[in-house]
Write a protein that binds this ligand. Structure first.
Ligand code: MLT
Length: 395
């Protein structure tokens, strides 16, 4: 029997499966057929190192507090506890960016915020780089938005710029260091985007989830660029920098200057979050606060350095093989051209079948990703070295 209700028809515009669910299914099928295969997963950007000791202690202490009547907490504030909002604001001091705690909204993930922000935005024209993290596109398609693409390619170093784009208001998505390509916008390039947004009255949604991997002279926050507060929501996460992919904590910055007519964007976001979100658990927010402490930063830094070394090891192999790639520096991702002109999904099958190494087909990040492939450096050192040795023999 069929229900007599209407569905959100916009869902017919998105692919049947989320990219990483598709990959997980393919790997499961392969591993069931080859139970002895030692599969190395360098596909989804999921961390493998444990939480930092100072973070684990904070979790234990907070759990103890939850077990005592005097310190027990119920619903968390929907925008985050003040202690964490303050800690995030202080984190930005090191980039000489001044934010007030009230401009910071704590959430359970950058993915959630990126997906949910469409709720407070109207029927704008959306500008999305291609290739790109699939959530930007899918969440806009699910809301029936009109999306235009700006192509990233080898010529522009996978860093599309607004040159030649008709000057009108857009909602623009930028991720730097970029997922999937690992490319990083220079300060001058970010300024061009901010100037374009200011000139056209556009909003930039800036995803800085990978900023901790920057070692060169690049902006960690887009608010380092003059006047960006007037046109950017920045979204960042503890997932990759403090190993919180399974612990879940992130933040979005809604500066007071973001105004449409007489309405502040932060007021709409507050309203949305208060209605649809009940806050991040106290225990997790204490863990995140610990990750931002001086000791936490030093410990988390060690994990980031470890992944950066993995990236260097993979980059070394690609260079040796003459395979062109971006990323691997200032980023945990390596974005390579599939050897022999292979298509992305063919190369995925080729690596899985012949080396039992899993990566992510570039085509999954958009049409411009066809013929490319993404590897992550989030594996263990042992599995990264093993993957490199298998690829060295195969490619
Ligand atoms: C990725 O592999 O692109 C990321 O892990 C996905 C995510 O952060 O949601």
């Amino acid at each position: 029997m069929s229900l007599n209700i209407k569905l959100n028809e916009n869902y017919s515009s998105v692919k049947n499966n989320y990219l990483f669910s598709d990959i997980a299914k393919k790997v499961k099928t392969y591993s069931e057929a080859h139970p002895n295969a030692k599969i190395i997963r360098l596909g989804i950007g999921d961390v493998t190192l444990p939480l930092a000791p100072v973070v684990v202690n904070a979790i234990k202490n907070a759990a103890d507090e939850m077990g005592k009547a005097e310190t027990f907490r119920g619903y968390a504030p929907e925008y985050g506890y003040d202690f964490l909002r303050e800690a995030v604001a202080r984190y930005y001091d090191k980039f000489s960016v001044s934010l007030s705690a009230s401009e910071i909204f704590i959430s359970d993930g950058a993915k959630s915020d990126v997906g949910n922000i469409v709720d407070i935005l109207g029927d704008n024209e959306i500008l999305i780089p291609d290739p790109v993290y699939p959530v930007y596109l899918d969440s806009n398609l699910m809301s029936g938005r009109k999306v235009s693409f700006i192509s990233g390619n080898q010529q522009n170093g996978f860093l599309p710029m607004p040159d030649g784009i008709p000057e009108k208001p857009y909602v623009i998505y930028i991720c730097s260091p970029n997922n999937p390509t690992g490319a990083v916008y220079s300060r001058a390039q970010l300024k061009v985007w901010v100037d374009f947004a200011l000139k056209t009255g556009s909003l930039i949604i800036f995803d800085s989830a990978y900023e901790a991997f920057i070692s060169g002279d690049y902006s960690h926050s887009i608010y380092e660029i003059n006047e960006a507060r007037k046109c950017v929501v920045e979204i960042c996460s503890f997932s990759k920098t403090a190993g919180f992919t399974g612990t879940r904590c992130a933040w979005s910055v809604f500066p007071d200057e973001l105004i449409v007519g007489d309405k502040k964007l932060s007021a709409l976001w507050s309203r949305r979050q208060a209605t649809k979100f009940n806050g991040v658990p106290y225990v997790v927010q204490r863990a995140a606060e610990a990750a931002l402490s001086d000791e936490g930063q030093a410990q988390c830094r060690q994990s980031v350095e470890y992944y950066i070394e993995n990236a260097r090891i993979i980059a070394e192999l690609l260079t040796k093989k003459g395979i062109s790639f971006t990323g691997g520096e200032n980023s945990p991702y390596l974005w390579l051209k599939c050897p022999g002109g292979m298509k992305s999904w063919d190369f995925f099958d080729f690596l899985l079948e012949n080396a039992q190494v899993v990566g992510t087909p570039g085509a999954g990040f958009g049409n411009a990703g066809e013929g490319y492939f993404r590897l992550t450096s989030f594996g263990s050192r042992e599995s990264t070295l093993e993957a490199v040795s298998r690829l060295d023999k195969l490619l």
